[in-house]
Design a protein around this ligand. Structure first.
Ligand SMILES: C[S@@+](CC[C@H](N)C(=O)[O-])C[C@H]1O[C@@H](n2cnc3c(N)ncnc32)[C@H](O)[C@@H]1O
Length: 317
């Protein structure tokens, strides 16, 4: 029997034999985390800033939701020198990877409460969602996994589309971001004090458009609901209800610089020049327009005032 896309996507990605239960994300697509270690260095700076803003608490928890294979936490934990006050927590539905640093907690659900940094890179785009399509009579209905249309939208989804992705004419299509808004709000509600950052590709009212797609083996493909592909849709970041800024602005403030090293370094210190050049090109990838630099950082503080950014200027509503 045909089912709504949210249910089909949940089964295909996270069911017993789902895509993310079996597959290593880095084998199928490139994220900021897996693109280069420069990203983890910037996040380590952020951890240090949050620690300072919190007055160096006895326990500083760093939670990475949708942690993949723990690539980000492993690097950040190593960079900050395995500080005994720091408790890294990977929240991930896939099994704990072999060889992960034993200091990293690995669990399928968020801690009930914690103080520190909550981070999610490319998690929300994989939170299953429904798609609404306006039928020939002008009624928005749920799209089913066989391509047919199901029932009219529930009141909460209808309200979400009215506010964030208005539908007008037959054929108009909206990806209903409400489950992402709720997932993020639930995650942030567990943060007693500190900073929460969701990093993802997304859109705002200014460039809203259907984006549901698949990835497999490094290529964009038709999404399949049989567990053989990733299934993802951009995040309606303005609907998260928190300030957002672009990754290129966020990382620049954290010291990521894509400028090439001066050419005279090549003669003075050829090895140093090559290292600097490689670092600059890795940074440039994370900052690139039309690429990872366009990703959004949705930022929320809890009890603290501090962030490295001047957020009011980046608020997109
Ligand atoms: C696109 S991958 C991102 C991996 C990593 N954060 C990165 O940026 O490279 C999304 C990950 O989120 C995980 N995930 C999705 N929903 C989750 C949930 N509710 N709880 C824990 N992990 C989840 C998936 O299993 C998958 O590993």
């Amino acid at each position: 029997m045909a089912v709504r896309l949210r249910e089909a996507m949940a089964a295909a990605l996270y069911g017993a034999d789902g895509f993310f239960r079996r597959e290593r994300p880095a084998d199928h697509f490139r994220t900021s985390v897996t693109a280069s270690p420069v990203f983890a260095t910037a996040i380590a700076h952020l951890v240090a800033g949050v620690d300072k803003a919190l007055g160096h608490p006895d326990v500083l928890t760093v939670v990475d939701v949708g942690a993949g294979r723990g690539e980000l936490l492993s690097q950040v934990y190593a960079l900050i020198g395995r500080d005994s006050r720091v408790r890294p927590v990977a929240v991930e539905l896939a099994d704990r990877p072999a060889g992960l640093d034993p200091g990293i907690d690995w669990r399928p659900e968020l801690p009930e409460e914690f103080t520190g940094l909550l981070i999610a890179t490319e998690w929300l785009d994989n939170v299953p969602l429904d798609v609404a399509v306006v039928d020939p009579d002008g009624v928005p209905r749920y799209l089913l996994d066989d391509g047919s249309l199901g029932t009219p939208l529930d009141p909460a989804d209808a309200q979400w589309t009215d506010e964030w992705w208005p539908l007008h004419d037959p054929g108009d299509t909206a990806e209903i971001g409400l489950p992402r808004d709720r997932a993020w709000a639930d995650a942030v509600s567990r943060l007693t004090a500190g900073l929460a950052v969701a990093i993802d590709y997304g859109h705002t009212r200014a460039d809203r458009r259907p984006t549901l797609t698949g990835f497999r083996d490094g290529r964009e493909v038709e999404p399949r609901f049989d567990g053989s592909t990733d299934i993802t849709a951009h995040v309606a970041v303005d609907a998260l209800g928190v300030p957002v800024l672009r990754q290129r602005e966020a990382l620049a403030t954290l010291g990521v610089d894509g400028a090439r090293p001066p050419l005279d370094l090549a003669t003075a210190d050829p090895a140093g020049y090559l290292r600097a050049l490689s670092g600059a090109s890795q940074a440039a990838e994370l900052l690139a327009e039309g690429g990872l630099g366009d990703h959004w950082w949705a930022v929320q503080t809890v009890t603290i005032e501090w962030t490295p950014w001047r957020l009011s200027q980046s608020w997109t509503r």
